[in-house]
Design a protein. Structure first.
Lengths: 533, 138
């Protein structure tokens, strides 16, 4: 790097200005007001008083492919290698409510995640995995209530009491309309389903997070760190408001709200982002919603490291990127982490690359000493100043969304989508021009073609999956299934009816995800995407 | 007159960052760009291509289903007697690039392909196919 480049780069990855030096005068406000002790309001220094001293963050590698048998074997391997939680990747048909025997599912079944049609698949997926001891995170949104019902029922079959199961359904549909795109129903009925599962969980599943409000996908679709944080907190406010409108008290459900983000390679920007969001969420919950229970004010979050920060060129460099990102997340006070494998710019990870990604976290936890003390960067002139700057930028973006009509409206009319696409384009051009450095891409390029051994899609999946599905359809009581579906249809038509109990009944009778989704779609219709570039 | 291109998302994949960046890049390079939105069937992509009278179809695929989806699109194009050139972009392993070429895809763009190269290649492909059309017509 030459000297002029060196002196020019005074911005974080997301564009916040960075001074050459920070001094005590850059800090403002009192310790108690802005930081406080870990585990105490406003939680800037961490949500727990002991943080990693008691136990490290949960290592939770996003994983799933093929049939339930294939994925169950991978989970057992990851657990045997020291992974401490599960994170289920579903195939696209499952995510958008299609059975594996639907025509559109034909070429996608079991491809980017595990194929799930009915409770029978869940029985295989969690076979031999004790659900009272392991927590499971599900990246599932439009069909989250169905998956939640399946998880409950499979725990019930294992003899695990519902109050003991723990885990998370992502269930953040607002961001699906903006990024990732696994929406089904229009915005309002989609929000009704989210609220239904939040109220249902509060009543029956005290250790389960019914929703993980996710900024990760805003970020990986191109948004800045500030947009990622702002849109996520704004989404969080919508979900809280909807539950309150349902007549719940904030402290009944808010302790179970959790969050999910991408962590990229700008270490201090990421640390500042997480510290600023903790402070902001605590204030929003306390001041705006009157939450009294400290757990309602706690901003608990998981992260993924990798995504768009990974490059196809010189793929082994991705191991290094992910390691720095994991460090940033831990310095930022993360609760659970997924470190992506270096070959994910090509395909799903192989078993070998998936285990290396897990080892990245284990080295961080057991060898580096970063987890030996709580919030080690607190008091750094730079980190505290950047945290303040980040907080102000997040608030400014949230205010802009409010000015434009609020999150729901901005999602429906494509405003958020456009704001993110603007940033994606800007960042791609900055990489293209070399303004934003990416090693191996616009710096230190080399010609060697990496010979990677990649995960291959097994074409026999579809047949195996369709076989199990047709057996389920043959063996179940089809009259009972039709009755439960017709009850569900009637409940959908009555806006006062909570839908979860109807979905649980249908799932217990082995109704499929496609049948349940079709039933709801008949009443709710489908989302009309605001198409634009 | 500006050339018209269709940027399309076939299949169930909901990742549109790449499609939108390419659409904007081509638009800024002087193309008229029509973007389909997510989860379009092969049939509706072909119908849009014909209706909008585009000179190139670009498929964006990140779900790993690039071969069967492209195969289906090429077969339907052939059936319909349509000769619009097709390019494909997305997370595609190197070993699949020749397979896509065999299916009749003119060019495959990877996440590592620079934007300028995409603009250059798309321009060349469109200009060549227009010249061929002129030759056929005369």
């Amino acid at each position: 790097m030459n000297k002029s480049e060196n002196t020019q780069r005074r911005k974080t990855l997301s564009g916040l200005p960075v001074e050459p030096l920070y001094i005590p005068a850059d800090q403002s406000g009192s310790y108690e007001e802005k930081l406080g002790m870990p585990g105490e309001y406003p939680f800037t220094r961490g949500v727990y008083s002991t943080m990693y001293l008691e136990r490290p963050w949960t290592m939770r590698q996003y994983s799933g492919f093929g049939t339930a048998e294939d994925t169950n074997a991978r989970y057992k391997r990851l657990l045997a290698e020291g992974q401490t939680g599960l994170s289920v990747a579903f195939d696209l048909p499952t995510q958008i409510g299609l059975d594996s025997d639907a025509e559109e599912a034909e070429i996608e079944a079991g491809r980017v995640g595990v194929a799930v049609d009915s409770l029978a698949d869940f029985e295989v997926l969690f076979d031999g995995i004790p659900l009272d001891a392991i927590s499971t995170s599900f990246t599932i949104n439009a069909t989250a209530p169905v998956i939640l019902a399946m998880y409950m029922l499979v725990a019930e079959k294992q003899g695990v009491p519902l109050k003991k199961i723990s885990g998370t359904t992502q269930n953040d549909i607002l961001k699906e309309f903006v990024a990732r795109g696994t929406w089904i129903f229009p915005v309002e009925p989609s929000l009704r389903l989210v609220t239904d599962s939040v109220t249902f969980s509060a009543e029956h599943l005290p250790r389960f997070n019914p929703i993980s409000i996710a900024g990760a996908h805003f970020r990986d679709a191109g948004g800045t760190a500030m947009q990622e944080a702002a849109f996520t907190l704004s989404d969080g406010i919508v979900y809280v408001e909807r539950a309150l409108q349902r007549g719940m008290l904030v402290d009944q459900f808010a302790p179970r709200l959790s969050f999910y983000f991408y962590t990229y390679t700008d270490i201090f920007e990421e640390v500042a982002k997480y510290r600023a969001m903790r402070r902001l969420w605590a204030r929003i919950m306390k001041e705006r919603f009157g939450a009294q229970d400290p757990r309602s004010q706690m901003f608990r979050f998981g992260v993924v490291c990798g995504g768009k920060s990974l490059t196809r060129q010189q793929p082994l460099n991705n191991v290094i990127r992910v390691a720095y990102e994991a460090l940033a997340a831990v310095l930022g006070g993360v609760q659970s982490m997924f470190t992506a494998a270096y070959d994910e710019a090509y395909a799903l990870p192989t078993e070998e690359s998936a285990i290396l990604a897990l080892r990245t976290q284990q080295v961080l936890a057991d060898e580096t000493g970063v987890a030996n003390t709580i919030d080690p960067l607190a008091g750094s002139y730079y980190v505290e100043a950047l945290t303040d700057k980040m907080e102000a930028a997040i608030v400014a973006t949230m205010d802009e969304v409010d000015r434009l009509g609020g999150m729901v409206r901005c999602v429906e009319n494509g405003t958020i989508q456009r704001m993110i696409a603007d940033e994606a384009y800007r960042s791609e051009r900055a990489i293209s021009s070399g303004e934003q450095a990416v090693v191996g891409v616009n710096r230190y390029q080399s010609q060697e073609a990496g010979q990677l051994h990649l995960h291959a899609y097994d074409a026999s999946i579809l047949e195996r999956q369709r076989e199990r599905l047709s057996e389920v359809r043959r063996r179940r009581d089809n009259r009972a299934v039709q009755q439960y579906l017709s009850d569900l249809r009637a409940a959908c038509r009555d806006p006062q009816k909570p839908l979860m109990p109807y979905i649980v009944d249908a799932v217990r009778a082995y109704a499929t995800i496609g049948e349940i989704t079709d039933t709801m779609r008949e009443v709710f219709g489908v989302f009309q995407e605001p198409v634009g570039i | 007159m500006a050339y018209r291109v269709l940027v399309a998302k076939p299949g169930l994949d909901g990742h549109d960052r790449g499609a939108k960046v390419i659409a904007r890049t081509l638009r800024d390079a002087g193309f008229e760009v029509i973007y389909t939105g997510l989860r379009r069937s092969v049939e509706s992509i072909i119908a849009a291509a014909i209706q909008e009278d585009v000179q190139l179809i670009g498929l964006s695929l990140l779900s790993g289903a690039h071969i069967p989806l492209t195969q289906k699109l090429m077969a339907k194009l052939h059936e319909a007697g349509v000769t619009i050139p097709v390019v494909v972009g997305g997370t595609i392993p190197e070993q699949d690039v020749p397979v896509l070429h065999q299916l009749g895809v003119q060019k495959v763009f990877l996440p590592s392909t620079p934007l300028e190269e995409i603009v250059r290649d798309v321009t060349t492909i469109v200009e060549q196919s227009q010249q061929e059309e002129v030759v056929v017509q005369s």
